[in-house]
Design a protein around this ligand. Structure first.
Ligand code: ATP
Ligand code: MG
Ligand code: MG
Ligand code: MG
Length: 477
């Protein structure tokens, strides 16, 4: 089942059930304080909060998302992309828990030949919030699930709130059991590798106040209009339906991975470290392609900086695969071919996007050459002086001036038989960060113009927790 087929089944299913089909919004959230669209619900926030009356009682979408906070998981877990698509169905004061559970179960378990996703009932597990007995009873009634396959979770996992006064409510999540070859028995509470989270149902039910944290608050009553917000990971369903091992091997991503393997002359599946690198490249190239298509250009701050880091990480991973020559021409074209059926704008914008990508690659490769010669001199000096530790300020300079991620410096120093004064480097980074923070404070007036989305900033993921150290300027909030 191709990813496009899953998308079609999704939109048909909810469209036929009275949901208005809403096209994906841009990856650039319509809010200066939010870096990217991180979930299917983001474009619907004004309706979910009731600030703007919903123009329809129910809606459905397949939303492009970017979650940079998952960057360290990419390629290592089977299921985290920096770019992914979240399929959502939404009810604005219309159907509630029973409707949401009924639809989810029906779509998942209806045979493929009848337009469903064709999962076997025996492979599905669910979690509910521990106090949400209503959801537990509904799962038993609607899906006939035994109690053992409905696991209770605490607020940490199964409660949605913004971390601010306003709407909140319990969640219920659906997991697919990949079987004993993938981990121990016992459900998602025991193992999240064998049991893959595919779908989150959020029941926006209560109004909360006295919010001290995401898990500490006071419920002051039921919402007059209860809402449903759900999100199903399309890449996760795709990899499970396509019989491959992870989301980087699906039809929309795998061609990039194969291109990276071909360029390097290494075989995917031969070496676990190389496999991670190939998956990282496949993910990051796709994310970069989609970001540039939506209008982000590489730069030194905010969104542009995140894009730049994604591309540099790809170049770096190619280098670790033994490829020093430019490779974006091939990699981005592979990603374009895999994505433009679902997103025609990818092909339409490709000339502009590939110019940006190739320019960025060229600049970074040249920077690498320049930085490498600085490093070579510092290494020689250190050795002449009888030292075995590269100075922290050299590492800092390489980072600051040449954009060398610290692990690149560490690796290159190690190749030369030196370690790096990491403590001094960290201190210099911290100092730079507090300088940038002070600077950001003075700019805060602009960012303080918080629209309605601002209340949802605590959804979190606006910060780039990438690569090594975070530069303060990437923290848009
Ligand atoms: P996980 O626990 O696996 O990190 P999550 O609980 O953070 O997922 P939600 O915020 O509940 O995810 O998002 C709804 C759905 O979107 C998830 O059930 C999953 O199918 C999908 N999803 C979330 N993050 C990613 C990602 N980084 N890559 C691909 N799919 C994702
Ligand atoms: Mg997550
Ligand atoms: Mg989760
Ligand atoms: Mg979840």
């Amino acid at each position: 089942m191709q990813t496009a087929d899953i998308q079609r089944r999704w939109l048909d299913f909810f469209g036929q059930r009275g949901h208005t089909v809403v096209p994906s919004a841009s990856l650039i959230a319509d809010d200066p304080t939010v870096m990217f669209t991180i979930a299917g619900m983001v474009p619907f926030i004004p309706y979910l909060t009731g600030v703007v009356p919903a123009p329809y009682p129910r809606a459905t979408s397949v939303q492009k998302c970017i979650r940079t906070n998952d960057i360290e998981e990419v390629g290592k877990t089977t299921r985290h992309g920096t770019f992914f698509q979240m399929n959502g169905n939404f009810s604005f004061g219309d159907y509630f828990k029973e409707g949401a559970i009924t639809y989810a179960w029906e779509l998942l378990t209806t045979p493929e030949s009848d337009g469903g996703l064709g999962f076997a009932e025996k492979d599905l597990w669910v979690t509910v919030y521990e106090d949400d007995d209503e959801a537990r009873q509904l799962w038993k009634k609607i899906a006939g699930l035994p109690d053992e396959r409905i696991q209770s979770m605490g607020k940490e996992d199964n409660y949605w709130s913004t971390g601010q006064p306003g709407p909140a409510g319990p969640c219920s999540e659906i997991y697919f059991d990949r079987g004993p070859a993938y981990g121990p028995e016992g459900g998602p509470a025991v193992d999240d590798t064998r049991y893959i989270e595919i779908w989150n149902l959020v029941f926006m039910q209560y109004a909360i106040e006295d919010v001290r944290s995401k898990t500490e608050f006071r419920i002051v009553g039921e919402l007059p209009n209860k809402n449903i917000d759900t999100g199903m990971g399309m890449e996760r369903v795709a990899f499970l339906k396509q019989g491959v091992e992870n989301m980087y091997e699906i039809d929309q991503v795998r061609p990039v991975l194969d291109a990276a393997a071909a360029l390097s002359g290494r075989r995917y599946g031969a070496n676990p470290d190389d496999d991670v690198r190939m998956r990282v490249i496949a993910d990051h190239v796709r994310s970069s392609l989609m970001l540039m298509t939506d209008g982000v250009a590489p730069g030194n701050e905010g969104r542009g900086y995140i894009l730049r880091r994604l591309m540099r990480r790809s170049i770096r991973a190619m280098r670790l695969l033994g490829v020093d020559a430019p490779s974006f021409d091939t990699l981005f074209a592979a990603s374009r071919d895999a994505m433009s059926a679902a997103y025609p704008e990818v092909a339409q914008n490709y000339d502009r996007v590939s110019r940006l990508a190739l320019g960025e690659e060229d600049a970074f490769l040249r920077t690498l050459v320049a930085g490498t010669s600085i490093l070579d001199v510092a290494v020689a000096d250190t050795k002449t002086g009888g030292g075995s530790v590269l100075a922290g300020d050299t590492a800092f300079q390489l980072h600051d001036t040449f954009g060398f991620p610290i692990d690149l410096t560490l690796e290159m120093a190690e190749e030369a038989g030196l370690s790096v004064d990491r403590e001094a480097f960290d201190r210099l980074m911290a100092e730079q960060r507090s300088r940038a923070k002070a600077d950001a404070k003075s700019k805060k007036a602009v960012l303080a113009d918080v629209s309605v989305y601002g209340a949802f900033r605590s959804l979190g993921e606006t910060r780039f927790l990438g690569y090594d150290e975070l530069e303060a300027e990437t923290r848009v909030v």
